[in-house]
Ligand binder design. Sequence first.
Ligand SMILES: Cc1cc2nc3c(=O)[nH]c(=O)nc-3n(C[C@H](O)[C@H](O)[C@H](O)COP(=O)(O)OP(=O)(O)OC[C@H]3O[C@@H](n4cnc5c(N)ncnc54)[C@H](O)[C@@H]3O)c2cc1C
Length: 383
Amino acid sequence: MSSVLVVGAGLGGVRTAQTLRRLGHRGPVTLLGAEPSLPYDRPPLSKAGLAGERPPVWLATSPELSAAGIVLHTGVTVLSLSPTTVTTSSGSFSYDQLVIATGAEPRRLPVPQPPHGVHVLRTLADATRLRQVLAAGSRLVVVGAGVLGCEVAATARSLGVEVTLVEADTAPMRRLLGAGLGERLAAVHRAQGVDVRCGSGVTAIRGDSAVTGVELADGTVVPADNVVVAIGAVPRTDWLRDSGLTLADGVVCDESLRAAPNVWAVGDVCRWTGTDGVSRRSEHWTNAGNQAEAVAAAIVSGRPTPYESVPWMWSDQYHLKITCLGDPADGDDVRVTPLDDGDRLKAVFSRAGIVSAVAGFSAGGAVLRLRGALGKPLTEVAA
Ligand SMILES: Cc1cc2nc3c(=O)[nH]c(=O)nc-3n(C[C@H](O)[C@H](O)[C@H](O)COP(=O)(O)OP(=O)(O)OC[C@H]3O[C@@H](n4cnc5c(N)ncnc54)[C@H](O)[C@@H]3O)c2cc1C
């Protein structure tokens, strides 16, 4: 009966432990998490959780973990890894199989900034701190209009905050949705009262002890009481520096998510080679859960198999649920179909005439119905 040690108690880590038990793993399962709380779900932290409309969504309660025979140690930071043990802030833990699920941390803005009023959003503690300063009428600058920045802007607007959304790229979420849908999204934010400024780099955050404004590359200063920096995340691999594992913007794994014969990685921290030979890393909820289930199945069966899954993500902004299946960035053409007189739409992305992705604004059903179109000629979809 081999022992499995899971480092990181977020979605990927918890789902790995739960799936091991569901599939009948009988050996010890131990979960180590740096955060002090029970494991919780991150997506609400930028949506209803940030708006104060719902309490934390726990991924597992203590009784559920005990009943499953999963030993959780919270507030334990893993510091280093050797071939059979990890060293932590609270002693050493040995393992037969190790699953790395340490996620990612917010990228910091490398410009001068005051000590107070600059926020990032990754943890429950971050969300609680940010919620406390989002008072109606206060001025917030969100730096970065990716998924996280757009969601924070939308939630802050719902609270009556004056929001400026600053993005270096040409449109919000352009890397994910392409320029066309990104520009439509910019229009949605503007209609909700957000001052959207694309093509703008940030050169400094002004203020001595607290934020007073954000200085843009063209010299403009946008007045602000608070700033949220949402410019992406960096995989948490610092503790693996001397482990001998290959690190390159994530833990480098093979097709079956294996980094070494008895070491696996799942979720935001995992960089794996797909069956198409392309190396990728994903920062989406569905991927973390799917990878966790794949690794647990491989450990239980002893038969690693290539991880295959179609990328799927969603984002809630105002009245819209944005969904995306596949990778629009692979496309060279997009066909957009409005679904009503408002903002609802579906979009089919293709590359060389072959459907590569489907996205929708409040069109989840239409997007899912097009799942079978991925990889097929665009002409068949249009018919
Ligand atoms: C605010 C927010 C909103 C999001 N919304 C969406 C959404 O709408 N749709 C979507 O598809 N995705 C969304 N995501 C992304 C999704 O939540 C992540 O892809 C998912 O949480 C990744 O899970 P993970 O287990 O890989 O990493 P994480 O959830 O980050 O968990 C990693 C855990 O490991 C712990 N850890 C790190 N280092 C150590 C160490 N050395 N020792 C011990 N523990 C350690 C961390 O403290 C953390 O608890 C959102 C993310 C955030 C932050």
